[in-house]
Write a protein that binds this ligand. Sequence first.
Ligand code: NAG
Ligand code: NAG
Ligand code: NAG
Ligand code: NAG
Ligand code: NAG
Length: 501
Amino acid sequence: MGRAGTLRTTLVLLVCLGSSPVRALKSQLFTRRGGSPSSSGISISYKTLYFDQKIDHFGFLEDGTFKQRYLVNDKHWQQPGGPIFFYTGNEGDITWFCNNTGFMWEIAEEFGAMLVFAEHRYYGESLPFGHDSYSDNKHLNYLTSEQALADFAVLIQNLKSTLPGAQNSPVIAIGGSYGGMLAAWFRMKYPHMVVGALASSAPIWQFPGMVPCGDFYKIVTQDFARSGSNCDKNIGMSWKAIENVSSTASGLQWLSEEFGLCTPLKNRNDVAGFKSWLQETWVNLAMVDYPYEANFLQPLPAWPIQVVCKYLSFSHSVPDDHLLHGVSQATKVYYNYTGSSPCLNTSQTATGSLGFIGWFYQACTEMVMPMCTDGVRDMFEPEEWNFQAFSDECNAMFGARPRAEWARAVYGGKDIAAHSNIIFSNGGLDPWSAGGVTHNITESLVSILIPDGAHHLDLRYSNDRDPPSVRAARALEVNYFRKWIKQARKHTHKATVFKMH
Ligand SMILES: *[C@@H]1O[C@H](CO)[C@@H](O)[C@H](O)[C@H]1NC(C)=O
Ligand SMILES: *[C@@H]1O[C@H](CO)[C@@H](O)[C@H](O)[C@H]1NC(C)=O
Ligand SMILES: *[C@@H]1O[C@H](CO)[C@@H](O)[C@H](O)[C@H]1NC(C)=O
Ligand SMILES: *[C@@H]1O[C@H](CO)[C@@H](O)[C@H](O)[C@H]1NC(C)=O
Ligand SMILES: *[C@@H]1O[C@H](CO)[C@@H](O)[C@H](O)[C@H]1NC(C)=O
């Protein structure tokens, strides 16, 4: 996330504890684990396959290969020529994305489509250098979005040439979050490989100079403001209350006990870390404010922010301990919904898996996403975006410095009107919509808004409690898919006729 105060905390953590200095970057994570199982009763089954990919697609010195994992389900595939829905894997274990992208499983039959889920290099099992993949910046050097897109292209080319009946299959790229960015970019860079792309909750404009850095946290704040009276205001006051209370040793002890922390807070650094952890909790809640019970990092109730806000509705100023009791109750909705957490762990990362370190590396190289708060339009303590501090932190962590302008140079920034056939869907509750495409650019670069949707709700399984806006979005997406497939068939037909003459 790269905000000055948290950067300081992070550096201190790095130096003092030797633990993974990930706190400041945590808010840049997109995807947390979990997800609700299918409520439509569709069972997931797939073949797990591996494909030999070049470690480096763009240079000729490193000629090694690694096994890229991909999952295939062809139960409903109509040969020959049935479409292929291709999930452009993002920063994690591909089986998890596969299991949580119910939308693809639900539409496979009506399209007679094959489903392919391709794992992103450096995540899950697709490790270019096995256990050494993360050992240093030399091994991490091939972790880029460009290499990942090239993996997808080479894989599709191979599937089409080796699978009987796939030669003329129209392929549609589908992805959510960073996977949505990859889906969109894949259509832009490899338009001959896919007839279109669905980019769900894809913040392709969350890069320097494209959107205001404060919009992300503004949306988080709006979610709390609309979910209970005074909810955002009380959270806004809690930071000062924490400062007040933690000015004494007895206050620190009280705070640690009130929150049931596994490790009591001892000093100012701990308090800074505690505040970052709370801030991350509010961001997480905004991303997964789903209309039904769902299980991601932790199981959560339906509309979790409304539940959280019940504890934060004080309409007049209350003593600090009273306010912080409300905050601790609210926090426990997130961390202790099932009542099975004996204590709250402020250094808990969302999964502790390799995926997170991989994403930090990407954020520290190509995926520079400025974020800031001002404490006025948002409920957080003011903190400016400080690229230099961010860069220094990255350098300390990875021995690599971010390239702020590269994303624009390689993917076009706001100048993407020359491309075609991409759907950008965004949820109004999702803070990542701040960096998303939320207006129509051309007739075939369309934006679909889901006002009461959180992070890529449209890609999840359908649910009885889905709001009408997400049902409508999915219906529209399916219509575009049909249109693209029809267009592609026409072209294929023409090409065939041409060849015969
Ligand atoms: C995904 O589902 C499969 C099949 O049900 C299961 O074996 C696998 O563990 C799941 N993966 C994750 C990450 O939940
Ligand atoms: C914090 O302490 C100051 C000074 O005692 C007090 O005015 C304020 O109400 C306290 N709490 C908050 C939330 O600002
Ligand atoms: C979590 O809930 C259980 C059951 O209500 C309770 O015993 C436990 O103390 C709670 N944990 C924390 C950290 O409050
Ligand atoms: C807190 O979480 C961290 C990171 O997952 C872990 O290493 C540590 O053991 C946990 N501490 C406790 C007391 O559970
Ligand atoms: C973009 O155009 C489509 C098709 O006309 C429409 O359904 C959609 O609502 C438009 N999106 C926005 C953000 O106006």
